[in-house]
Structures are given as structure tokens and as C-alpha cells.
Design a protein around this ligand. Structure first.
Ligand code: GLY
Length: 538
């Protein structure tokens, strides 16, 4: 790793010596800013906050201050896991009926805007754990917006493909479509309005976002697009500390996301079905391996659809869902030569950005942040330059739970509820040290991707770089039981078909996992090339 004039130069997805710092994100600018923050004396939380804010500027397709997320923090000194939920909430006047009429037209996308949690969430993380001054951790994002940044590969691709949907918003058009054309890879662009908003947040803290002129701008823009956000709801927004879902697996302790995400439960249920010896016997990436995992994942998805929702509104018995007897019965129903039908569950390209950070003291952060779909609600607040989320689209319609025998979803739109997420920030510890941090983007495919990457490392010893380069499978789609990535072997497809799987092709590459691990005394970081991320370690 080279530092020249304070600028960290890119290195290949990196490996380094023990006690190294590492960052893996979907945005090369965010990774560099995170590493610099740690070079300047910041810890993994300072770096995570900086990276999330920078990513919101340079990669606004996926996340930003108009969105929200979850952060899992491992503190090495006291060997504790801390979890913060800063997900968006539905406004009190949410139009619940509209959720059964989706897709909504462009002028009603405001219905899907939840009260953004990102700024209060990042501020709270920094207040609790940060070492550097708040203004210093915000500054890199502010400077990226004001002084400009180069359009990276993922943003360039998204702008080119989504042009017609995005250009209708004057704010998006003026920043990302100079002269009416999508900004190309490598073009330098600025976002001065967002830069001003970040400058206010740097100076005044979160109230600069949740009250006053910026808040009024967010409310007006959302209401102009049919939404119900109010000033008082913005002012009242609070992130929530939650107890991580935690369990032992094969001698390791795994900390992951509880409700309001389904991701942790899906990971825990899948792992509970297998021991590493059985998985090794199947063989890494074999048809048997993929089929058995896919069966466990489909069952977990069915549980998600039947039972999960915001725990403040929906009684969910996690203990019962994870009961060994129940899972053992499920395991007995699975076999190598038979496939269970697929629950109906959409698969659609999503925004969302996962970041994994490790500092030299062994503190680790797994943070997933999102505006939901690409560019969220696809409109900006005109004065503040903030892209509004469409996170409430994660509420489930009545139609989607019909195949499960339900009239209404446990994850239906309700005033004040946080929609069920798939985000799965996860940290694995061994003998009191964080040895693996990971998470992903990609909507409903996150938990199944995170599970595959976790097993690749813990069972088969794949490094992050190797694991992320391996072809994965995806579940589910409307027409197939399992999807394979391009280039998967013909023999694998035939093997899966023999087991009763209906095999389809994965047609987009929008699901990305970011990993940092400590293996044999070395720190290894891997960023997923599916979204052109960058991992660095020094
Ligand atoms: N909106 C993506 C997620 O929360 O899973």
C-alpha cells in the first residue's frame, strides 16, 4: 500500500500481515477514504462512517443520506458485539392500500419513502465509538461532492442503463446527465447541493438534516411525489440498538442481524441444517452441495414469508423458528435426489451497499446501507440534493403471501413500522477475536449469498478473493428453483436437474459481498467484482 501526498493508491484486492487494517466496499473512493481515515488515527467505526458517507456521494445508486441501514460492530477490547438499526420507518399517514397496487407510477414513488435513518445512525455509531472528530469523518464525503469525484464503473453502468427513469428528475439530470447524456466512466462530476448539505451536517450534526431547511426540502419533495413524510416524523426519528442474533457453529461464534431483517434468521437456519464434515463430503460447489443448501434456503425463505415482520408490530417467535427439533424435522424432509417447490419470491436488481472494515486493533464493522432499489425513489429533494429512499417497497403485498395460505403479510405496510430487510451484516469470532466480517447487497438474495461466502471460508478455507471469484447460485425466481451464474459448468446444471432442481440463468450481476478475514495470522480483504468494489489492506 502506498501513500503519496495523503492519497492512498489502489492495490489489488489485498492481503497483508497481522494487525493490519482493511476495508472492502463497493466503491473504490469509499475504500480509499476509509483506509486514509484509519491512517490518520481513526478506528474501524470512523472508517465505516466515512466510507458510508463517501459511498452515498460516489455511488448514490445504492445508498446515501436519504436512506438507512444496519451496522454490526465488534469491539476487540471488551470482546462485545453491538448492533445499530437505523432503518427507515413508515410515516404515520402511510397509504397502506397503495402497497397492493404496485408498481406505482413515477409520480407516486413518494409513497415508498420511509423516514431516513442514515444520518442519525452514522452519528450515533460515531458518538459511541468514534475516535476522530465528527467533522473530520464527514469531510471526505463533503469534499467528494463539492470538489468532484470520478464516475466509477458501477455508477456509469447504472446511469447508462437507467437513463430514462432517472433523467426525469431535474436534480439527478443536472448532476449525472451533463448535457442530457449519462456521465461516462472516469468523468469528473460534482454534486454541490449535496456538498452543502454534508457541510451543514459536518458542522451542526444530525439536526441539520432532521430539522430546518433540509428537513423541509425532504418533506416537500416526498409530498410532491405522493408521499406522507412529515417534519415532526423526521425530527423524532431515532436509531435503535438491538441485540445481535448470535449462535455457535462449528466452534465459532457468529453474530448477525436480528429483526427487522430476515437475513440473520435465514443464515442461522441454513447453518443449523449442516455440519462442516457433511458439507466437505458433498464437495465444494458440487451439485449435491448446492442442492442441499438450496433446499435449506428455500425453507428459510418460506419461514420469512410466513412469519417475519417488524418485531414492534408482529409477534415473532425466533426461538420456535430456530428450535432444533423443528429444524431436524425439516432436515429429514430434504434429500439428495428430490427438490421442494419454490416459494414465490421476487428477484429484482437492487441498490444497497455493504462495507466491511477492520482496524489494526482488531475492531471490526460490518455495515449495510441502502436507499433500496437503484437510486431509491429516483427523485431528489431539490435544494439539498438528497436522493430519497424507496425502502417501504420492502413491505410485502397480500398477493405475495397468498401461496403461503395467508391473507395478509406479517410484513405489511403499517404506520411507524420498519419494513423487513434482507441485509445480513455478519461477524464471526473465534476465541474472542473477529476472524471474518461480511455482508452483501442485492435485496432478497443477500442472505443466501452471504451464507455461501461464509461457508466457502469457514468450511473450505477459500480466501475472500477466491470465494468472491467463485460462481454462486441464487434463489429464487418466479420460474426456476435455482439460478446459476454465467459460465457455470454444464455438468453442474445436469447434476442439479437430476436432483429435481429447475435450473435457470442468473441474468444480472448486481449481488455483491464484501469480506475481510483473518486467516493464519494474515488479514485478507476481498471486494466483489460483480459491482466493481475495491478491497485494501495495509
Ligand atoms: N432494501 C434492501 C433490504 O433491506 O434488504
Amino acid at each position: 500500500m502506498l501513500a503519496v501526498l495523503g492519497v492512498l493508491l489502489p492495490a489489488p484486492n489485498a492481503r497483508a500481515v497481522a494487525n493490519a487494517a482493511a476495508a472492502a466496499t463497493e466503491s473504490p473512493d469509499a475504500t480509499r477514504a476509509a483506509m486514509l481515515q484509519m491512517r490518520l488515527g481513526g478506528n474501524a467505526v470512523d472508517a465505516a462512517v466515512t466510507a458510508a458517507l463517501v459511498a452515498g456521494v460516489t455511488n448514490p445508486t445504492s445508498s446515501g443520506i436519504g436512506g438507512g441501514g444496519f451496522a454490526l460492530v465488534w469491539t476487540a477490547a471488551d470482546q462485545k458485539a453491538f448492533l445499530l438499526d437505523f432503518r427507515e420507518t413508515a410515516p404515520q399517514a402511510v397509504d397502506a392500500a397503495a402497497f397492493d397496487q404496485r408498481p406505482l407510477p413515477a409520480h407516486r414513488q413518494g409513497v415508498l419513502v420511509g423516514v431516513p435513518g442514515e444520518v442519525r445512525g452514522l452519528y450515533e455509531l460515531h458518538r459511541k465509538f468514534g475516535k476522530r472528530a465528527w467533522a473530520d469523518v464527514v469531510k471526505p464525503a463533503q469534499e467528494a461532492a463539492t470538489k468532484g469525484f470520478q464516475v466509477a464503473r458501477h455508477l456509469a453502468g447504472s446511469l447508462a442503463s437507467a437513463g430514462d427513469k432517472l433523467k426525469v428528475d431535474p436534480g439527478l439530470a443536472s448532476v449525472f446527465y451533463p448535457g442530457g447524456k449519462a456521465a461516462l466512466l472516469g468523468r469528473r462530476i460534482t454534486n454541490p447541493k449535496l456538498g452543502n448539505t454534508l457541510a451543514l451536517i459536518a458542522q451542526q450534526g444530525p439536526q441539520a438534516f432532521y430539522e430546518g431547511a433540509v428537513a423541509a426540502d425532504l418533506v416537500e419533495a416526498t409530498r410532491a411525489n405522493g408521499g406522507a413524510l412529515t417534519l415532526s416524523e423526521l425530527k423524532a426519528y431515532q436509531p435503535l440498538e438491538r441485540t445481535p442474533l448470535s449462535f455457535e457453529w462449528e466452534g465459532k461464534r457468529i453474530f448477525t442481524m436480528p429483526l427487522p431483517s430476515a437475513g440473520g434468521l435465514m443464515l442461522a437456519q441454513t447453518l443449523a441444517m449442516f455440519g462442516s464434515e457433511e458439507l466437505k463430503k458433498y464437495g465444494y460447489q458440487s451439485g449435491a452441495y448446492q442442492h442441499m443448501l438450496a433446499e435449506a434456503m428455500r425453507a428459510a425463505i418460506a419461514d420469512r414469508m410466513r412469519y417475519l415482520g417488524d418485531p414492534a408490530f408482529q409477534k415473532v417467535d425466533f426461538k420456535a423458528l430456530l428450535a432444533p427439533k423443528r429444524l431436524a424435522a425439516r432436515r429429514r424432509s430434504m434429500s439428495l435426489d428430490r427438490t421442494h417447490g419454490m416459494p414465490r419470491f421476487g428477484l429484482e436488481e437492487h441498490g444497497t451497499h455493504h462495507l466491511t472494515l477492520l482496524d489494526k486493533d482488531g475492531n471490526m464493522v460490518a455495515l449495510t446501507t441502502t436507499v433500496n432499489r437503484l437510486f431509491g425513489a429516483k427523485f431528489t429533494a431539490p435544494q439539498s440534493g438528497v436522493v430519497l429512499n424507496d425502502q417501504l417497497d420492502d413491505f410485502t403485498s397480500a398477493e405475495d403471501v397468498k401461496p403461503f395460505g395467508l391473507k395478509q403479510s406479517p410484513n405489511r405496510a403499517r404506520p411507524g413500522a420498519r419494513p423487513l430487510s434482507s441485509m445480513t451484516p455478519t461477524i464471526v469470532t473465534y476465541r474472542g477475536r473477529a476472524i471474518l466480517g461480511l455482508g452483501g447487497s442485492g435485496g432478497s438474495t443477500i442472505p443466501t449469498n452471504v451464507t455461501q461466502m461464509l461457508l466457502a471460508q469457514l468450511v473450505f478455507g477459500r480466501t475472500p478473493e477466491q470465494a468472491l471469484a467463485d460462481r454462486r447460485f441464487y434463489i429464487p425466481t418466479k420460474r426456476a428453483y435455482i439460478l446459476l451464474e454465467q459460465g457455470s459448468a454444464k455438468e453442474l446444471r445436469e447434476d442439479l436437474e437430476w436432483r429435481g432442481e429447475i435450473v435457470g440463468d442468473m441474468t444480472y450481476s448486481g449481488t455483491a459481498v464484501q469480506m475481510v478475514s483473518v486467516q493464519d495470522g494474515r488479514v485478507l480483504a476481498g471486494a466483489d467484482k460483480r459491482k466493481h468494489g475495491l478491497a485494501l489492506a495495509y
